[in-house]
Ligand binder design. Sequence first.
Ligand SMILES: Nc1ncnc2c1ncn2[C@@H]1O[C@H](COP(=O)(O)OP(=O)(O)O)[C@@H](O)[C@H]1O
Ligand SMILES: [Mg+2]
Length: 268
Amino acid sequence: MQNLVADKIGMIYKLPDGGSVEALKDVSFSLDRGRILTLLGPSGCGKTTLLNILAGFLAPTSGKAILQGSEIDGPGQDRGMVFQQGALFEWLSVAENVGFGPKMNGRSSSDTKKIVDDLLSTVGLGGFGDKAVYELSGGMQQRVALARCLANDPELILMDEPLGALDALTREKMQGLILKLWNETGKTVILVTHSVEEALFLGDKLFVMAPRPGRIEKEYELPFAKMGLTEDPRKLKTSAEFIDKREEILSLIWEMEEEIMGRRGEVV
Ligand SMILES: Nc1ncnc2c1ncn2[C@@H]1O[C@H](COP(=O)(O)OP(=O)(O)O)[C@@H](O)[C@H]1O
Ligand SMILES: [Mg+2]
């Protein structure tokens, strides 16, 4: 079932000096419910702009996005956003952070407690509810951010480089957690990453985006996210199939970078 449709989305930012930036041009795609899409591409190709439009934080200058048949025209509970870091409420405990949405929605305190307890154990933080946010490591804070997003039971989860600030080992563990949550909840997920490996591993669909104007350059349908639910991630990431795709995408991105820099063939 088609869950999300992007229909020729365009975004032109006006600059104070009178100029403008075409951050997105004619971005069109549709995504079935329960897919996990990764967005990969050089800085400035409009990834964050696209997520912000889908979240309803920004209105596109042309085209539209439709979620479950309704045009997105502002923020809503059917969408949840996870940022790179720093989006938790520092003055609230872990449990209060996760329970914030349900509480605001008027859920009873016993309902909220149940949602919070279940989600904290799902993200591996059972027993951490009373901790302050600053007591947690970066990886644990991102677990809280995932739990807080899920607590609102959104239809579509948007993640903007959610693992970008983590060390390599934590990042790898968190990739496994994201796949587990995706599989268990059946949510539709769109995840932005700078890492080719992460985009390949987490996306059952992947868009390589290109800048100026920001657009979808190439689309892939991939088997690795599903395989990663049962197979050893290290083995998967070192398989011939994975490495072939990684090299293909890396060369595509290198070509783009060279074009952007206008330095084809020059040693830098
Ligand atoms: N608020 C803004 N005003 C003007 N230009 C912007 C604004 N936000 C983003 N841009 C420009 O739009 C382009 C896309 O930005 P962004 O969506 O942040 O890309 P990405 O997340 O892929 O790095 C960039 O050239 C950026 O400088
Ligand atoms: Mg960005």
